[in-house]
Design a protein around this ligand. Structure first.
Ligand SMILES: *Cc1c(COP(=O)(O)O)cnc(C)c1O
Length: 438
């Protein structure tokens, strides 16, 4: 279920007509429906809380402050992959002791920031990372809780660019090396090894890969315990998928049953890290038709949203439903069209030969299921300012990220002194040439 429904022939987010938002805020704009985020969170929490499983929202799916704050208020912790996301999580109200730091390439500065903030744990993906965290922990004077993210070598059966749990992916520590890594963590004085983590990929519709991964994880817990190690926490990762084509997604009751069956007898405290599942359906990209161009071979519908606004189709060949904001007449003639953006790249194509009711210049359309990995992947390619973002709650809506301006973009750039008249300009932060000290 998405939070977007037709009322009186106009697509609404909760009680707000998307045409109203387009009039007030312009296009392209990301629109999020709070009610859908809340329903998704409640569904997952209801299924998992009887097992004591806590939810850490994977911020990277959508890290707008308003979205994080919506989830923080519902009780979500956070799964972060950078120091920037740590700052975002805390600014939006997630308590640091509910934050897990994931990611394969943490820097010393990020580790220090997270230690000082007092996060719950680091999910560590390599031995050199263990060594780094130990060194930084020593210098900061805070012992670090670490979980080993293991790579269970399970094929998540998802798109190659979003599968993470196979041996040839860059993520996690190989199962065969996990015991040695644990021993190493125990030997480092500033680390406190607390548990294990897995995350096998994203957009999983079928639960079978989870079963295989959790079985291997549980076996590893038993093996480590048999060697005398104390393993008290399991982080079961994210990856629950959504039905982009209208198919039914994974049933969270089935997922909870699987968690119960595979790991609950271990007595570990349990956590999951969903991103997409919580927010994908809650968002759309609202866009306007710039032109309809009838080529000799096909019809192109050219939108004011481009791949810089919604990258997923270009990056992952992802499918997003495109629907007209003004509901089509039941007898409208359906015609195939390529839905494209204005960016100067052939890859800036959202859909090929999509069967759509007639669209005309000036019509509004919405890309559904765009609440996850949408705005966060935005770029300014072609000097296209980042799109606005709006949060709707019932009959209220607010701008939660104003549209960027070209002035914003230019204000971040500098013309070096030797091109701008150099010394004749008053010295400023911008005008000082940096000299090599080597
Ligand atoms: C991206 C990511 C997630 C969230 O994945 P979804 O598919 O959005 O649920 C969770 N954990 C880790 C470590 C991730 O990298």
């Amino acid at each position: 279920m998405t939070g977007f429904t037709y009322k009186n022939g106009v697509l609404h987010a909760d009680d707000i007509a998307l045409s109203t938002i387009a009039d007030k805020v312009g296009t392209p704009t990301y629109v999020y429906a709070s009610s859908t985020i809340e329903q998704n969170y409640a569904r997952l929490a209801n299924a998992l809380s009887p097992l004591g499983v806590r939810i850490a929202y994977a911020l990277k799916a959508n890290s707008n402050q308003a979205v994080i704050a919506t989830l923080a208020r519902l009780g979500a912790g956070g799964d972060i992959v950078s120091g920037g996301e740590l700052t975002r999580a805390m600014a939006a109200g997630i308590a640091p002791d509910r934050i897990v730091f994931s990611g394969v390439g943490k820097t010393a500065d990020e580790v220090a920031q997270a230690l000082r903030a007092g996060i719950h744990q680091f999910n560590v993906e390599s031995i050199p990372e263990l060594d780094l965290i130990d060194r930084v922990a020593a210098s900061v004077g805070i012992r670090a809780n670490v979980a080993l993210r293991v790579n269970p070598d399970v094929d998540a059966g998802t798109h190659a660019k979003i599968t993470t749990g196979r041996k040839d992916n860059k993520f996690g520590i190989d199962l065969d090396d996990a015991a040695a890594a644990w021993t190493r963590a125990v030997s480092l004085p500033n680390l406190n090894p607390v548990g294990l983590a897995v995350h096998i990929g994203s957009q999983l519709i079928d639960l079978t890969p989870y079963r295989a991964a959790y079985r291997r994880l549980a076996d590893l817990v038993r093996a480590l315990r048999a060697q005398g190690h104390e393993v008290s926490r399991l982080d079961l990762g994210g990856g629950l998928g959504v039905g982009y084509r209208g198919e039914t997604g994974p049933d969270v009751a089935d997922y909870a049953a699987l968690v119960r069956e595979m790991v609950s007898d271990l007595g570990c405290s349990l956590m999951v890290e969903p991103g997409r599942y919580l927010v994908a359906e809650a968002g759309c990209v609202l866009s306007r038709v710039l032109f309809v161009k009838d080529g000799s071979a096909r019809r192109f519908v050219i939108l004011d949203a481009g791949m810089n606004d919604l990258l997923r189709p270009a990056l992952y060949d992802s499918f997003h439903a495109v629907v007209p904001v003004k509901q089509a007449a039941p007898d409208a003639v359906i015609h195939p069209a390529d839905i494209v953006g204005p960016v100067c790249e052939t890859g800036d194509t959202f859909a090929k030969a999509r069967e759509l009711p007639p669209l005309e210049q000036g019509d509004l359309v919405a890309f559904l299921h765009a609440g996850a990995y949408g705005a966060v992947m935005g770029s300014t390619y072609n000097t296209r300012p980042l799109a606005a973002e709006v949060l709707v709650a019932g009959n209220k809506f607010e701008l939660v990220r104003p549209r960027q301006t070209v002035e914003d973009l230019l204000s971040r750039e500098r013309i070096p002194s030797w091109l701008s008249g150099g010394d004749q300009h008053s010295p400023s932060e911008s005008g000082q040439p940096l000299r090599s000290t080597g």
